[in-house]
Write a protein that binds this ligand. Structure first.
Ligand SMILES: [Cu+2]
Length: 199
């Protein structure tokens, strides 16, 4: 009789211990799942975060070319929209140059083209190579206005990749047309408008 009681007690104790373990395991599992879901949500929010920066374009080389340029990063793509006014009617070049410094009257304080991959100058996407700042040419209408749009996944706003980060660079609008062949600048003439890309 005594033995039976002891066995019964033993079974009872084992059962209650197992139950406690099970409950703790379940609790831990639920906590882990919650933490995982929170981390995933955070990642998603980070990926979905849209960053947008806007700068005023400053007239250079005694031109009247002013305007505004906006860069927006969304889902790994940076889009640029430049609204310009005061241009001469016709085609002009626009590039990203190496420095965000528009202090000189001729805009040359921005240095040469932004070319972090040390490739030849060319048309964007060209097999022979192109600078990360080789946006290209655009048309100004009869009133001297233009809207330039461009988008690429080869830029970023403030990321750690120096071959992609446009922050600290400058936007230059030229009086002339980029011929996509002259090295290293495309022979696009005077720099008529400038802004620094400063975050
Ligand atoms: Cu240029």
């Amino acid at each position: 009789m005594k033995t039976i009681k002891l066995i019964a007690l033993g079974v009872l104790l084992t059962a209650s211990f197992n139950c406690k373990d099970f409950k703790e395991g379940l609790k831990q599992g639920m906590e882990d799942a919650k933490a995982e879901a929170e981390a995933a949500k955070e990642m998603e929010e980070k990926e979905m975060a849209v960053e947008s920066i806007t700068f005023k374009m400053e007239a250079k080389s005694e031109s009247n070319v002013t305007g505004e340029v906006t860069f927006t990063e969304d889902g790994g793509t940076v889009s640029m929209t430049a609204m310009l006014t005061g241009l001469t009617t016709g085609e002009h070049a626009i590039h990203i140059h190496d420095k965000a410094d528009c202090s000189s009257a001729d805009g040359k304080s921005t240095g040469g083209h932004w070319n972090p991959t040390s490739t030849p100058h060319g048309k964007w996407g060209a097999e022979e190579g192109y600078h990360k700042g080789d946006i290209g040419n655009f048309m100004a209408d009869a009133e001297g206005n233009a809207t330039v749009t461009f988008a690429t996944d080869e830029w970023c706003i403030g990321c750690d990749d120096d071959t992609k980060n446009i922050v600290g660079k400058g936007v230059i609008v030229h009086q002339g047309v980029d011929d996509f062949t002259s090295q290293p600048s495309g022979a696009a003439g005077a720099r008529v408008s400038c802004t620094g890309i400063i975050q």
